[in-house]
Write a new protein. Structure first.
Length: 369
């Protein structure tokens, strides 16, 4: 359809990384595409969104005759242990919408979206309709840096550069991403609450590693570094060597002993990561509904893209908002009574540490229905 892009460096070999070679089109190049290829391009941009455990719990149906697409939640890829209510999956879907809107607006389309409405408890059907997006011709209205960030964004779970401070101007722009019912609570570097949150995170990680259901699930989705799978999280995106990925996966699956050191290393990693953050943020909602989880996912992804566009790394810690025993501590630290939705940390990448590679994606045709 469109020529493969060879200029987007740092992409692993293999079909499962092919999406990251998608060309970054200009508005003119995009308009030259057929209606069907335009929708395919926008769907592939949606498919670059982050998702819990890289489950990609979404599907698209395209309708070139009406210039619209439908986005669905794929029930088969909602995590049964760590995402019982589908909150993380809905957050992930919201990120897809953010990517598509940013791209469409940049490429000269406006988006008319139906209100997200997900009856996630209905498990009789695999695909649950989330939203309809109709595209109309419009002036280009989104900034190019954000659009470009869609292609380079990835989570960076390393520790961050503690010598650099995130400028106030950037911090206040992050707050602007808040939307109806979704609040963003920010805490900046130097605030003594950050080490307290790091402590709470270590407790959440311990809980996950010691809970056989959570651990097995994580083991299922943690992949060897050279995986050919389009799903899941390769160990090197957690800074693991080949050997560590294989061992940690087997240990989480109960096939090798999980040593106290493994658990400690696992929880120390994110604890230390939070301690080095230039900024941490908690997203909260006024109501705990699938619609707000979805909208929160859109806000989360807008923040992720804005940070990426400003060369700031970030990662997400779902456990902090998802594990009940730590949820309350987190609300207390942030001083909020609203429902915690998702937590993220951000900071400048350390120049001496490699930026982790992109994670794989399923071939686009596997998420088209
Ligand atoms: C809703 C949501 C929850 C996530 N939770 C976590 C988490 O708890 N810990 C973590 O390390 N990464 C988390 N992530 C990051 C995903 O694992 C990551 O997006 C996925 O593996 C794909 O990688 P990429 O974002 O680099 O493309 C989360 C992402 C989303 C969207």
């Amino acid at each position: 359809m469109i020529e493969r892009c060879e200029n987007n460096g740092g992409i692993k070999e293999g079909q499962n990384y092919e999406i990251w070679h998608s060309p970054i089109l200009s508005g003119v190049q995009f308009k030259d595409l057929s209606p069907e290829n335009r929708l395919l391009y926008l769907a592939s941009i949606g498919h670059m969104a982050p998702s819990t455990h890289n489950t990609q719990p979404w599907a698209f149906s395209l309708d070139p005759s009406s210039n619209s697409m439908n986005l669905y939640l794929d029930h088969c890829r909602v995590l049964p242990a760590s995402d019982v209510r589908g909150r993380q999956a809905n957050l992930s879907l919201g990120g897809v919408l953010a990517n598509i809107k940013i791209a469409a607006n940049f490429l000269g389309l406006s988006c008319e979206c139906s209100i997200p409405f997900l009856k996630i408890e209905d498990k009789t059907q695999r695909y649950i309709h989330a939203i309809n997006i109709k595209f109309n011709e419009a002036e280009s209205s989104s900034n190019e840096e954000l659009f470009r960030a869609v292609f380079s964004r990835r989570v960076n779970r390393s520790i961050y550069d503690t010598t650099r401070v995130i400028p106030e101007g950037i911090i206040s722009r992050i707050s602007e991403a808040a939307s109806d019912g979704i609040a963003i609570h920010l805490i900046k570097k130097g605030d003594l609450r950050i080490p307290r949150i790091a402590d709470v995170q270590a407790r959440a990680d311990n809980h996950v590693a010691n809970n056989p259901h959570f651990a097995r699930e994580l083991g299922d989705w943690l992949q060897e570094n050279g995986t050919e799978s389009g799903l899941g999280m390769p160990g090197d995106t957690f800074n693991m060597t080949d050997e560590q990925s294989v061992h940690t996966k087997r240990a989480l699956l109960g096939k090798e002993p999980m040593l106290a050191d493994d658990i400690a290393a696992f929880s120390r990693g994110s604890q230390r990561g939070i301690e080095t953050a230039g900024l941490v943020a908690l997203l909260t909602t006024t109501e705990n509904s699938p619609k707000q989880w979805f909208m929160g996912g859109e806000v989360l992804q807008k923040i992720g893209l804005f940070l990426t566009a400003n060369n700031i790394s970030y990662t997400v810690h779902a456990g902090l908002a998802e594990v009940p025993i730590v949820q309350q501590s987190l609300s207390l630290v942030f001083g909020t009574i609203k429902s915690p939705l998702i937590f993220l940390r951000a900071g400048y990448p350390r120049p001496d540490l490699p930026v982790p590679p992109h994670s794989p994606r399923l071939p686009l045709n596997e998420v088209l229905i």
